[in-house]
Design a protein around this ligand. Sequence first.
Ligand SMILES: [Ca+2]
Ligand SMILES: [Ca+2]
Length: 331
Amino acid sequence: MKNTKLYTTALVASVLSVISASAAASTYEVSVTNLTYGMHFTPLILATHSPSAQMFSAGVAASPQLQAIAEGGDTSSMAALLDSVDATVITGDGLLAPGGTATFMINDSEGDVFSMAGMLLPTNDGFAGVNSASLPSGSAGTSVSINVLGYDAGTEANDEVVGSGAPGEAGFPAPPPVVATGTGTGAVGVPTQAEGFVHIHRNVLGDLDANGGISDINATVHRWLNPVARITITKMGGDNGESGVTSVIGLNAQTYSKSALEVFWQAATSAESYVTGYEIRRDGALVDTRDGTSFFDDNLQAGTEYTYEIRAMDAAGNIGGPSSVSVRTNP
Ligand SMILES: [Ca+2]
Ligand SMILES: [Ca+2]
């Protein structure tokens, strides 16, 4: 009995060390460009988080945290909510002007997805949003680009009158840089109602009367089309800097027949101890663990694409970030 217990304890220790290694999986550079002619974004909130959490979802009512962002650009309650589910959260400072680009660095944990939100000004409750996008996998330097859409949080009527940024209060906030783009005053307001659910924004009407009319939004400046922004997320080098194991580089594959191929890579290094071997996954499933730098695979289907993912392991129990390659067997 005593031996069994010791074995169990050792097993738990090794599992814990893997979890702590994957808690610092990778670092990404996120570049956000405002594609609109006349719209500002309030300070953006960016997060990497478990796919089980969502900042928003089209077709359902907004959370109070999303409402605070979409009506007044206040990210604090959403940041607290994301912290409570172990997300990594970054908040921008200042408005992102039309045509401007902001760049952020963010880490993830194993299996995380990426979300972002920022209010569109001038709108009543419009926001630029990304919900649970995939982060780039594979080797350092890999990037993905995402078109960002403008949504309406559905929490406030789009009256298009200058007013409050507080949740539940009518009107849109107009800080000086937004006023400088040509917002007006004195409008009677667009007759409309809060929509009740998150949806693609139907845009603003605006008018051409700076001192009256139905809208304080300038129709010649502030109307926009989707996408409102473009994001490029690039995976940086130095995977698992905290664990000290590099990702493998030079990953490539050779097809031999309808059913056999081989994958090759260069040896990884460990700053903390020494590399003991490599995990090989085929289409996400662990198929082998070995200390060499190649893997021969057979009994495969003809004319079929397979994706192999290689991760280095070291003697301290750390695991490097994944590198992947896709290869097709002969037809
Ligand atoms: Ca609305
Ligand atoms: Ca007007």
